[in-house]
Design a protein around this ligand. Structure first.
Ligand SMILES: C[S@@+](CC[C@H](N)C(=O)[O-])C[C@H]1O[C@@H](n2cnc3c(N)ncnc32)[C@H](O)[C@@H]1O
Length: 249
């Protein structure tokens, strides 16, 4: 388990401990059954305060606030416990990247794909790599519009990879790899595109510098490389803003 995940577990655990250590003696003294609905809301509230005070990212604050109330709701709904394991496996098959590297699945929009298409058209035929290629929502339409270019997608979440593989079938200019992006040699490509998260950007830049050849181009959607000035920023016309940070090697 990564350090941030351990931290979040400790934070939620502290909220549970605090609320229950007050509630148990209070209700136990009067021999009253614990009011789990109210307690789950209280735990969510305390966890939200802890997450806010310790400056966790916004999405973690939301998760902390709703986690226990959702546990209570699920309990009320009397969901068969047999569903939880398949649900967890399904989530892992799609969101493996979120667990292993804080990079979940979300897709580039069509405006971004159009901007990339224009950039690649101006550049001329080349080898393009989508690092963490999801279900191919970038690679496949680009491959259709630019038959002279070659597109490679690298994805490590099994079900996501399989979906992209199927959606990209029948295109001679698409290669689809089920692999960890950190194992790929970036030196084989002229343009490398990444739409990941802030978490891996510093390490990814080290890899870019070590492997990409002079004249090649690294593009990061939305997440700039910390401490590096991009050679170009393409402002894509969409909401929310999704700038393309371009770094010429
Ligand atoms: C934000 S999505 C971007 C998807 C696609 N590139 C697009 O622009 O629509 C990031 C993808 O990277 C994948 N990913 C995360 N860590 C990875 C890793 N270490 N190796 C390969 N893929 C990874 C995730 O599973 C996810 O599908």
């Amino acid at each position: 388990m990564s350090l941030p995940a351990t931290r979040q577990l400790a934070l939620q655990g502290a909220a549970v401990f605090l609320v229950l250590s007050i509630a148990w003696p209070y209700y136990g003294w009067g021999a009253v059954e614990l009011p789990w609905q109210q307690l789950s809301l209280a735990i969510g509230g305390v966890a939200l305060v802890f997450a806010t005070v310790t400056r966790q990212p916004v999405w973690w604050r939301i998760i902390h606030a709703v986690f226990m109330p959702l546990v209570w709701l699920t309990h009320q709904a009397q969901v068969d416990p047999g569903w939880f394991l398949p649900a967890a496996i399904l989530l892992l098959l799609v969101y493996r990247g979120a667990l292993s590297g804080q990079v979940p699945l979300y897709l580039s929009n069509k405006e971004t794909v159009a901007a990339l298409g224009q950039l690649l058209l101006e550049r001329g035929p080349c080898r393009f790599l989508d690092l963490g290629s999801g279900i191919g929502s970038t690679t496949v339409p680009l491959a259709d519009g630019l038959p002279e270019h070659h597109f490679t997608g690298v994805e490590n979440a099994p079900l996501t990879w399989l979906t992209g593989r199927l959606l990209g079938l029948g295109r001679p200019n698409v290669s689809w790899q089920w692999e960890d992006l950190w194992q790929v040699d970036l030196g084989d490509y002229d343009v490398v595109y990444a739409f990941l998260s802030p978490a891996p950007m510093a390490d990814l830049w080290d890899k870019v510098v070590a492997e990409m050849k002079p004249g090649s181009l690294f593009i990061s959607n939305t997440f700039p490389v910390p401490g590096q000035t991009p050679t170009q920023v393409i402002e894509v016309d969409c909401t929310p803003a999704r700038p393309l940070y371009c770094y010429q090697r």
